[in-house]
Design a protein around this ligand. Structure first.
Ligand code: NDP
Ligand code: NHF
Length: 317
């Protein structure tokens, strides 16, 4: 099954469901990406930080070489990491990502976080904020350098990730190339209705990351809420449509107006995650899912809390 597409205000088509690639297992990631394309995925979410752009690119290129898909049918995203916010670092960082992929352009280039960090050269992909040294830097300057990447034809559109409404407004105020996407965490436990509405009002759409609450995250604390995909309410709703809890969650996120990007490296789950375009949750079901909201965030990046641009302060959206 293929994902339905959505026409963005800039004329680009975005498949409404994509494949996440953070922690996609090394050595298996290329095969996973190619498999996802074979079963209908056309939207792949990647990032320099994930350390697997080479493997993602290999999977994409193999699918193109074998005639399964054409490059122009795919929507590939990558992200500028926090250590490359200086204006002279932006284009080289993008070029590095393109070289990693073995591709001549990406469809969407996101500023991964509004927070700039010094390049200390040490990253643990699982704990990317450990030892991060943040500093004050105007992300609007970074945005200006990203716009030049569009001018050069290396990127089709630009967006941000982990930005609050206020931060987004600062970009909107100076942008020559308007942001198309804000990629943020959205789950039934954090349904982000205010931020989604703000974005929509500005013609910006939301990609929903960690749609299952990122169960593989290593820093989960005991006692924190967990999204249980076997929750009887999810399973019960799913039964009406012959779907499971995960599919109900993804469908909920689509009906909230977002584009979820679940990560899976498991063939059966990759297939079931995209098999959500042949049913619609009723108003009553949507209300039940709204009842899961606890404004609980699983990706909190608390190491960045001291930064003036830390996006997850209380009472902000
Ligand atoms: N912009 C940002 O700052 C961020 C972006 N992201 C992006 O969002 C993507 C998704 O988020 P992520 O944090 O990976 O977490 P998800 O919420 O997508 O959860 C992924 C986990 O759920 C499991 N899973 C996948 N499908 C199913 C299913 N149908 N039933 C049960 N379990 C399932 C996966 O296991 P298995 O592989 O074994 O199926 C994996 O352990 C990332 O990969 C990345 O691309 C994520 C975090 C932050
Ligand atoms: O994209 C990402 C994947 O997950 C990481 C761990 O939470 C995040 O830090 C990062 O922003």
């Amino acid at each position: 099954m293929a994902a339905e597409t959505f026409l963005l205000p800039n004329g680009q088509k975005i498949p409404m469901l994509g494949l996440g690639t953070w922690l996609s297992p090394p050595g298996k990631c290329a095969q996973t990406v190619k498999y996802a394309i074979e079963v209908g995925y056309r939207h792949i979410d990647a990032a320099w930080l994930y350390g697997n752009e080479m493997e993602v690119g290999e999977g994409v290129r193999k699918a193109i070489e074998e005639g399964i898909v054409k490059r122009e049918d795919l929507f590939i995203t990558t992200k500028l990491w926090n250590t490359f916010h200086e204006k002279d670092d932006v284009l080289p960082a993008l070029k590095k990502s393109l070289e990693n992929f073995g591709l001549s352009y990406v469809d969407l280039f996101l500023m991964h976080w509004p927070v700039a960090c010094k390049n200390t050269g040490t990253f643990d992909i699982q704990l990317p904020f450990k030892d991060a040294v943040y500093y004050d830097h105007d992300f609007c300057e970074t945005w200006k350098a990203m716009e030049e990447c569009v001018d050069l034809g290396l990127v089709k559109s630009l967006g941000v990730s982990n930005f609050t409404s206020k931060q987004l407004q600062r970009i909107i105020d100076i942008a020559r190339v308007k942001p198309t996407i804000n990629q943020i965490e959205v789950t039934p436990l954090l349904n982000q209705k205010k931020l989604i509405a703000f974005c929509k009002e500005k013609d910006i759409y939301v990609t929903a990351y960690s749609p299952f609450g990122s169960p593989a995250r290593p820093w989960r604390k005991d006692g924190e809420p967990v999204l249980n995909l076997q929750d009887p309410r999810l399973v019960g709703i799913g039964k009406q449509y012959n779907k499971n809890g995960a599919q109900v969650v993804l469908r909920y996120l689509i009906q909230l107006g977002t584009f979820p990007i679940p990560k899976s490296a498991n063939p059966a789950r990759i297939q079931e995650n995209i098999d959500i375009f042949d049913f619609e949750l009723s108003k009553e079901d949507m209300k039940v899912l709204d009842g899961f909201n606890k404004d609980f965030r699983c990706v909190h990046a608390e190491e960045l809390m001291e930064s003036n641009e830390y996006p997850f302060k209380d009472c902000e959206f």
